[in-house]
Write a protein that binds this ligand. Structure first.
Ligand code: PLP
Length: 380
């Protein structure tokens, strides 16, 4: 099946008792057992629930993976993944991860002896040097957040495999619609399903997807043992949201391309970061590796920091808010919002300037979005 068909049909079977075409919400904490230990597959919702299974089958299918485990949030999924490591293990990251990811490694798991070091440019030489420390994982996001830099998944995974290192990729920005890292041999893909997968800014969720049966087993164990489970209602909402992922991603991208072309010639714009822009450093790699460029754009304006903040607070259709990937357009200031947990000097080193603005382009009518930006820019 092609993507849009899978998004609607994978994992979805009519409910056997009533024939309901869409799954009910199994809003239950526990399940009756016929005899001690004799279940119908579920015993307690912290360990599993039919709504989790339905979403897991769907998301695994979209990522071209065998197994998925859903979690309470994106960081819940990452916690599940990290819990498969042990004290003393090392993770090599590549600059450009979400601020909360950085915080989870450096402010929580560091205390448990798991170390996270970042490299700026993942050249084969830099990786070989980093791998001398015998890390367990190579860990990155592509496109990166918020500079939209793209890394060569096939190349990086190949080098990691040669050194016995697992590759873990955050695929939140691209989604499985534009990129399927498991096809390149990655060991696990994870998402904040809060973003494009849910798509309606009404749910927090996460997922980890893998072809490795042992890892799937360990992720299920982590969810149950740590208590990282989502609610049945949230997984039902995500199952509902994902059915329109293909058409939403097409429209996010269409609007993003139109906005980029408007901003490109605007005198108050200094630099645009969008992988679909021919002048972006990752354009050729994005074209090769991805099936589209997505709906995220970052921009530096020819404005003072004060004026930049005034601009983003004045927009009417782009709401000033954290998060991304919903049907509605959002704008944020990474330095003080999504990436505030990264120390200033390190943030500057990553190229996230004080004036950088990130747009999550929604699926509204693009003429209205451009009008909003145009009027905002006129006023500053
Ligand atoms: N990964 C990326 C790229 C994100 O943007 C976020 C949240 O903003 C996360 C992971 C964390 O996900 P959650 O907020 O669902 O825990």
């Amino acid at each position: 099946m092609k993507f849009a068909t899978k998004a609607i049909h994978a994992g979805n079977e009519a409910e056997p008792v009533t024939g309901a075409i869409m799954p009910p919400i199994y809003m239950t904490s526990t399940f009756v057992q016929e005899a001690p230990g004799e279940t119908k597959g579920y015993d307690y919702t912290r360990a599993g629930n039919p709504n989790f299974t339905i979403l897991e089958k769907l998301l695994a299918s979209l990522e071209n993976g065998k197994y998925a485990t859903v979690f309470s949030s994106g960081l819940g999924a990452l916690t599940g993944l990290i819990s498969t490591l042990s004290s003393g293990d090392k993770v090599v990251g590549i600059n450009g991860v979400y601020g909360g990811t950085y915080r989870l490694f450096n402010s929580v798991f560091k205390r448990y002896g798991i170390t996270f070091t970042s490299i700026a440019h993942p050249t084969p030489e830099a990786l070989k040097i980093a791998f001398k420390e015998k890390p367990k994982w190579l860990f990155f996001e592509t496109p990166t957040n918020p500079l939209l830099e793209v890394f060569d998944i096939a190349e990086l995974t190949k080098i990691a495999k040669e050194h016995g290192v697992l590759t873990i990729v955050d695929n939140t920005f691209a989604t499985a619609y534009f990129q399927t890292p498991l096809d390149y041999g990655v060991d696990a893909v994870w998402h904040s399903t809060t973003k494009y997968v849910g798509g309606h800014s009404d749910v927090i969720g996460g997922v980890a997807i893998t072809n490795n049966e042992k890892l799937k087993h360990d992720l299920d164990f982590a969810r149950m043992a740590i208590g990282l489970n989502p609610s049945p209602f949230d997984t039902w909402l995500l199952t509902r949201g994902v059915k329109t992922l293909a058409i939403r991603m097409e429209q996010h991208q269409k609007n993003a391309l139109a906005i980029v072309s408007f901003l490109e010639s605007h005198p108050k714009v200094k630099k645009i970061f969008y992988p679909g822009l021919k002048t972006h450093s990752s354009y050729h790699l994005a074209k090769k590796q991805m099936r589209g460029y997505g709906g995220m754009i970052s921009v530096e304006f020819n404005l003072t920091l004060e004026m930049t903040k005034k601009l983003i607070s004045s927009l009417k259709l782009f709401s000033l808010a954290e998060s991304l990937g919903g049907v509605e357009s959002l704008v944020c200031h990474p330095a003080t919002m999504t990436h505030a947990s990264i120390p200033d000097d390190e943030r500057h080193l990553y190229g996230i300037s004080d004036g950088l603005v990130r747009f999550s382009v929604g699926i509204e009518d693009c003429e209205d979005l451009i009008k909003d930006l145009s009027e905002g820019l006129k006023a500053v």
